[in-house]
Design a protein around this ligand. Structure first.
Ligand code: SIN
Length: 495
């Protein structure tokens, strides 16, 4: 049964439900479909074809065929396409945000923020594409010169998550196109519509056929598509954002073809609030970090450690700030936080909360399910005096549960922060350069955010260490993940 685009959508062309291959939204021969559901209303908003394994193979081949030509385009021409896409996204910002809220459930203000953030990668890499510099190196043989070039790796497979249906796609595709790679993207089954809207705009921006292919799969057949992408010899690199266990599996699958990989995996971010912090800033920014997208980001605070001198005040102000939240359908005005993607996210919050309470944690804010709004709505909870051995301090929550504990000593808390297999982000609140520098240097995370709860930016090298993955997205380093260094030895130049 066909589902029509939402009435409020001004540019109806952005509402696409078919796979995008060779610059066309194709009719799949598959007889199976999967549904896209608005998590806020639980209504089906679209039906997409479940592509077959043969179709995925064909899409990969099309990306491969397109690479030979696209790699030869001039960097300045690629730059112009990227810049055009940036402009087109801004022209369609309201519509893109509407699509995002409908499929993901985050509130419209956050969705607009994400579209702006996602577009910024195109602006950034429109500039970087002109600046993929090589080097001239003086070799030991005085008659020779060594030159290095940064070359595009080839076709890249982009495996994207539900939590940023726009920005995680743009963060991967922008550097890939900047250097001349072609992409095959698989969006999360719950949120494919934002990637398809982006595909429509990529064609408008002038990207040639096959440079951006978007394939579609339900949650059940996602492993089949992931395996095909990882095992294909046509694909030279895979960039994945998602959980650590899935990242490990994809890495194994990619080993047969020794692919270059970028893995943006799970986190367990600590916030460390020192006695010498600006308390108001520490509270509001901890709230911003913890409850961004209702806790559904890899960099959201998972553990909040507050030094004893400001602990009580921090906890009471934290609770006051949560009381200001307005939970509801993300499209309604005044709503500050929408809903979660599904009930599995709620189950995890509840089980971590029960575990912490059993171990002795105390309730600061009693949240819980909001069935009157819908099954995916949950009002945030906060616990204090959470024992260090609680699950919530050791597993990624990915939901609206804040866990707070007291600490006394800097070295003790540093050890606790680092006592995790994860190493994505950490946050420090202090006015002392000594505390800031010490923690920034010794926290085992790829990113440290000082005195701010929202630190990501297209110019920041985003990525983790330890089991949070490897590779850097965004910034000048983002180019490196999509290129390899070719060395050319020019012999006998002084003949
Ligand atoms: C994420 O952690 O899931 C991405 C967050 C960001 O880029 O701001």
């Amino acid at each position: 049964m066909p589902y029509s685009p939402p009435e409020q959508l001004k540019n109806k062309n952005l509402w696409q439900t078919n796979p995008f291959i060779n610059n066309e939204f194709i009719t799949s021969p598959s007889t199976k479909t999967f549904q896209v559901v608005n998590p806020a209303t639980e209504q089906i908003i679209a039906e997409c074809p479940e592509q077959t394994a043969e179709e995925i193979d064909e899409a990969i081949k099309s990306s491969y065929d397109a690479f030979e030509k696209f790699r030869k385009t001039h960097p300045h021409d690629r730059s112009k396409m990227l810049r055009k896409l940036y402009n087109l996204i801004h022209e369609n910002l309201e519509d893109l945000a509407l699509i995002l809220t409908l499929e993901n459930g985050k509130c419209l203000t956050d969705a607009k923020g994400e579209i702006n953030y996602g577009a910024s990668y195109f602006e950034w890499f429109a500039e970087e594409s002109k600046r993929t510099y090589g080097e001239v190196i003086q070799p030991t043989n005085p008659n020779n010169k060594i030159i290095t070039l940064k070359q595009p790796v080839g076709v890249v497979g982009l495996l994207c998550p539900f939590n940023f249906p726009n920005a995680m796609s743009t963060r991967k595709a922008a550097p890939a196109w900047a250097v001349g790679c072609t992409c095959i993207l698989k969006p999360d089954a719950q949120t494919p519509l934002s990637s398809l809207a982006l595909a429509y705009l990529s064609k408008e921006a002038g990207f040639p056929p096959g440079v951006f292919n978007v394939v579609l799969a339900s949650t059940e057949s996602t492993p089949m598509v992931g395996k095909k992408i990882c095992e294909s010899n046509y694909i030279k690199k895979v960039s994945f954002t998602g959980s650590t266990p899935v990242g490990k599996l994809l890495m194994q699958q990619s080993s047969s073809s020794l692919k270059k990989l970028s893995m943006e995996l799970g986190g367990n971010a600590p916030i460390i609030v020192f006695d010498d912090c600006d308390l108001e800033l520490a509270v509001t920014q901890s709230i911003a970090s913890k409850f961004r997208s209702l806790g559904q980001t890899c960099v959201c605070a998972n553990r909040i450690f507050v030094q004893s001198g400001v602990y009580d005040k921090f906890c009471s102000r934290f609770a006051e700030e949560i009381a200001r939240f307005k939970i509801g359908n993300g499209l309604e005005s005044g709503v500050t936080h929408g809903c979660l993607i599904n009930t599995k996210a709620i189950d995890k919050v509840e089980s971590q909360m029960q575990d912490a309470l059993q171990k002795g944690a105390k309730i600061l804010v009693k949240g819980g399910k909001l069935p009157e709004l819908g099954k995916n709505f949950y009002s945030p909870s906060a616990l204090y005096d959470v024992p260090y051995d609680s699950l919530v301090f050791h597993e990624e929550t990915f939901g609206p549960l804040a866990a707070i504990a007291k600490f006394e000593n800097r070295d003790e808390i540093l050890k606790i922060c680092n006592d995790t297999p994860y190493g994505l982000a950490s946050y420090v609140f202090s006015e002392s350069l000594n505390n800031i520098w010490y923690m920034s240097e010794y926290l085992e995370t790829g990113m440290v955010s000082v005195n701010t709860g929202v630190f990501t930016d297209c110019s920041l090298p985003f990525g983790g260490v330890k089991e949070s993955g490897f590779g850097r997205e965004g910034s000048l380093h983002g180019i490196d993940d999509y290129t390899y260094v070719k060395s050319i030895n020019l012999g006998n130049v002084y003949r």
